[in-house]
Design a protein around this ligand. Structure first.
Ligand code: BGC
Length: 260
């Protein structure tokens, strides 16, 4: 089964067709810049363009950097506040004509890692997936089951939002060495360990490809590992999620027609 996965990020909107059974990309991942301010109409235009580039009219999964409950966008830390209260699924269905399923971007990345990547072998216990990018995204799995919409990037550390101290974007902006950055990340990881005692922590986001540069400075009780999909996890996980939702919808429709 093929589904189009999209990851709406602070600097880029990425998309590809994904085989949601194997978790493999069927097409190369395309990236278009996020329009300045990331207003709903502008982001919708880019999403439409991505789908048209691929001649796509099937199911679409979209990860947003937001709390997403039943399709509705509830927070907007790194996108325009005009998204608040919008049902991303209905809105983008109207714009694209495709069935759209929306979820939090870190939850999407977590689903990709747990089903096809580094988390596959950790289906027992508590796994914390962190995406370090423009912000910090979190996804928590207990015995393989996602607790959706955790927002641990906004934990307050030294009086500041954790993601304003320890995201990958902050490292670049503040020109921190990996050693300096690791100090900030360590503080954050220690706080997270205090709060949720995970068995495994998976570090994702583009920065995880350089993990050998900062992992040696980190120490956690949990097993600390890097994400398998680096920057592709959001796209793969969003597509996987949409695949699951559309299968569930088909099953319900099938049951109803059997009853009717
Ligand atoms: C948002 C989260 C998101 C994370 C990573 C945070 O600012 O509040 O919803 O998962 O950034 O994009």
């Amino acid at each position: 089964m093929h589904v189009f996965g999209i990851d709406v990020g602070g600097s880029g909107i990425k998309g590809a067709i994904v085989d949601v059974v194997s978790g493999k990309l069927v097409t190369e991942r395309r990236r278009l810049p996020t329009p300045p301010g990331a207003k709903p109409e502008d982001v919708a235009k880019v999403i439409k363009e991505l789908l048209e580039m691929h001649n796509w009219s099937g199911s679409v999964g979209i990860g947003f950097p937001s709390v997403v409950i039943s399709g509705v966008i509830h927070t907007a830390a790194n996108i325009d506040s005009g998204w608040l209260g919008i049902n991303g699924e209905t809105f983008l269905h109207e714009v694209t004509g495709c069935p759209v399923y929306a979820l939090n971007d870190a939850d999407a990345a977590g689903l990709a890692e747990m089903n096809f990547g580094s988390g596959r072998e950790y289906q027992k216990g508590v796994v914390l997936v962190l995406t370090l990018g423009t912000g910090i995204g979190s996804a928590i799995f207990t015995n393989g089951v996602l607790l959706p919409n955790t927002e641990f990037g906004h934990l307050i550390i030294r009086g500041k939002d954790a993601e304003k101290r320890a995201s990958a974007a902050v490292r670049v902006k503040k020109k921190l060495s990996y050693k300096q950055y690791a100090k900030r990340l360590q503080e954050y990881l220690s706080e997270m360990e205090k709060l949720i005692s995970p068995d495994v922590i998976i570090i994702g986001g583009g920065i995880s490809k350089d993990s050998e540069k900062f992992f040696p400075y980190l120490s956690t009780r949990a097993k600390l590992i890097t994400a398998h999909f680096l920057n592709h996890a959001g796209v793969i996980g969003a597509a996987y999620y949409a695949g699951q939702r559309s299968l569930a919808a088909q099953n319900v429709a099938g049951e109803n027609s059997a009853i009717g």
